[in-house]
Ligand binder design. Structure first.
Ligand code: ATP
Ligand code: MG
Length: 360
């Protein structure tokens, strides 16, 4: 298994100090799948204070320390988490308490899915929950009883759907039934975390299949969503395209947290009609959104010859100032000139444009 140097150093140091330490979870899963991994997690028998002592000359971020995570900053930050058992989830979201343990198996047992509950040691995979068999069979299966696990933390429902969509895995039957049975508990999950999972799900290779099979689960977090399965399966995995295809309505987008730019793009795709004129689309939406809009409607797009934006006019705002125009008149006149060049055959030449201003 390939490790960045910091992972190797961290594990060797913890071993030398007499503790167990293993790469665990997603990085082991991705290694077995032959996928690159950028996010390595280490699990250790050392208590947080002990981990801190082992790495005393490195800077440490302590934000996760109550849950056993010490983030040691080598060239990049590395999360080192004490073996732990999560106890009592009264809110379907956070464990009421965590208990540290010296047992790796207990730590693996608290993890969500069998494929995420493996650790790596000296060329071997430590795999008490048969994650490797599920990986080979391409199945997402809860560790332990699925209803219990989803009731503890409902986010796991969306993580499961996301893994199935991105890895193109099936969801084991009891796990799938529990996702349906527990879907109302998703209301305890924050919209940030929901958004993060839906983003990854939407861009997954098997997004259309998962959305079709689990639409009632997704409806619990995306009220009013009306997915276009056809688009979800045919569009490239670009966030605004897939997200618009998954949501289908602007109101469903309101349930999620996006940057302003993403929200604008998604809402544009969901509210604009299919474009018929490239230059008009460029003029109305700008190049980036116009290209998305053409892709969304499976129409070929190429930048037209000729002119479609004010900055291409052979005359600028300062020319209009000189010609005696002021304030809002300037913008309006530039728009009118652009319209005349685009649709009325007015030549994009200084003299012709100046003459047109007189007329306007
Ligand atoms: P990704 O590829 O998105 O990083 P990941 O499985 O590595 O997927 P992380 O959020 O990095 O996800 O978590 C690392 C590991 O921690 C998981 O593989 C899993 O073992 C465990 N884990 C994460 N979130 C949960 C959860 N909500 N419930 C139980 N175990 C979890
Ligand atoms: Mg990870």
């Amino acid at each position: 298994m390939f490790f960045p140097e910091s992972v190797q150093i961290a594990i060797n140091r913890l071993h030398s100090a007499g503790y167990e330490a293993y790469p665990v979870g997603g990085c082991v899963r991705d290694f077995l799948l032959g996928k690159p991994c950028s996010d390595f997690d280490i699990t250790t028998s050392a208590l947080p204070e002990e981990t801190r002592a082992v790495f005393s000359e490195f800077p440490v971020i302590e934000t996760g320390i109550r849950h056993g995570t010490v983030t040691v900053v080598f060239d990049t930050p590395l999360e080192i988490t004490t073996f732990r058992i999560d106890c009592g989830y009264t809110d379907s979201r956070h464990p009421d308490a965590v208990e540290f343990t010296r047992s790796l198996t207990e730590d693996l047992a608290r993890r969500d899915f069998t494929v995420n509950a493996m650790a790596y040691h000296d060329g071997d995979i430590i795999d008490p929950f048969s994650g490797r068999a599920d990986l080979d069979a391409r199945v997402i299966r809860c560790v332990g009883d699925p209803v219990t696990r989803f009731s503890e933390d409902a986010l796991r429902i969306l993580r499961g759907l996301r893994f199935a969509a991105t890895l193109d895995f099936a969801i084991e039957e009891h796990t799938a039934q529990a996702m349906l049975a527990c879907r109302e508990k998703l209301r305890y999950v924050s919209s940030e975390r929901i958004t993060e999972e839906i983003r990854k799900l939407a861009c997954g290779v098997a997004a259309a299949r998962i959305v079709r099979e689990f639409s009632s689960v997704l409806a619990a977090v995306l009220p009013g969503f009306t997915p276009s399965l056809e688009r979800l399966s045919s569009l490239p995995p670009k966030l605004p395209l897939r997200m618009a295809a998954l949501l289908g309505t602007v109101s469903a987008a309101d349930a999620l947290r996006f940057s302003n730019k993403e929200r604008e793009a998604v809402c544009c795709l969901l509210s604009a009609k299919a474009p018929t004129d490239v230059r008009a689309a460029l003029r109305e939406f700008g190049q980036e959104k116009a290209e998305l809009l053409y892709a969304y409607h499976a129409l070929p797009f190429s930048l037209p010859d000729g002119i479609w934006q004010i900055s291409q006019l052979a005359l600028s705002g300062s020319d209009l100032l000189e010609a005696g125009l002021q304030g809002a008149e300037i913008g309006k006149t530039l728009s009118a000139l652009l319209h005349a060049v685009m649709y009325e055959g007015l030549p994009n030449e200084r003299g012709a444009l100046l003459a047109k201003i007189e007329e306007l």
